[in-house]
Design a protein around this ligand. Structure first.
Ligand code: JAH
Length: 258
């Protein structure tokens, strides 16, 4: 039996995949409080996205709630211990498998890492189709590798990087990924056309946008946009996209052939 919100939605959007569950494991669960007041907060209220944030330290058993230890083989910094991670992942995945009659094939477990595959709009589109996402936020020098190996026995694991820079932990990366994924889930963003018109959806950077007034501080809106000639406007916007992309992100253009 489908819940009421899903039935109402199907008539509006035939690709609606149903309720999406997102679990986050972090030593800073409070960090994700802003998700309640953002765009995604509305989706949660409407029952489209079901979010669970879990404190990794709740899965420790010592007085100091220890989550890290020194690295085998030596080296700088600390490594996240496997035991709390094993219990946290078991807790989240056991609950899912019991409640949704799901199995290991159902869940995607995402670990943000500077050593992961690059997160792109294509990654966001893939993950927006999944019914269950688990985000594991590492800190320090990373998580004991056996945790990632164990996670592969409990779901499909993706180690993903937002870009070639190092953060202090996965939390900010997860926030960015959830925003990119969440807005692609039907019903989260009001106007679906605004999704496809964004930068990257067609592989080019966006054209520049203007609104009223037609002149501001001596700067005029390009006259073609006031012409009412929609073919000319489409052509101009495409030229702008090509020019911007070639100038700022030539890596996004197809390779020049000889
Ligand atoms: C740093 C765990 N590509 C962005 C990114 C993602 C994750 C991390 N750093 C950068 C990170 C330390 C510990 C994850």
């Amino acid at each position: 039996m489908q819940p009421e919100f899903a039935r109402g939605r199907e008539s509006l959007c035939s690709v609606y995949a149903g309720r999406v569950r997102i679990d986050i494991v972090s030593i800073f669960p409070e960090f994700f409080g802003v998700l309640d007041i953002s765009l995604l907060g509305k989706a949660r209220e409407r029952g489209i996205i079901d979010l669970g944030v879990h404190d990794l330290r709740d899965f420790t058993h010592d007085r100091h709630r220890t989550v890290d230890d020194t690295p085998y083989g030596g080296g700088a910094g600390m490594v996240m211990k496997p035991e709390p991670w094993g219990e946290a992942l078991d807790s989240v995945l056991d609950a899912r498998e019991a409640g949704a009659e799901a199995d290991a094939a159902t869940s995607v477990i995402v670990f943000p890492s500077p050593a992961g595959e690059r997160f792109t709009q294509a990654t966001a589109r893939e993950l927006a189709l999944e019914p269950h996402l688990v985000f594991g936020c590492g800190r320090y020098e990373g998580i004991d590798q056996r945790v990632i190996d164990y996670a592969r026995s409990r779901g499909r694991v993706r180690e993903v990087s937002l870009g070639d820079y190092v953060l202090n932990g996965g939390e900010v990366a997860v926030m960015a990924m959830i925003e990119a994924i969440g807005r692609l889930i039907p019903g989260v963003v009001g106007n679906p056309a605004s999704l496809t018109e964004e930068s990257h959806e067609d592989g080019l950077l966006e054209y520049p946008s203007y609104t009223k007034p037609a002149e501001w501080r001596g700067r005029e809106v390009p006259p073609v946009l006031l012409s009412g000639n929609h073919a000319a406007i489409d052509r101009w916007r495409h030229e702008q996209q090509m020019e911007r992309t070639a100038r700022v992100r030539p890596d996004l253009l197809p390779p020049l052939s000889d």
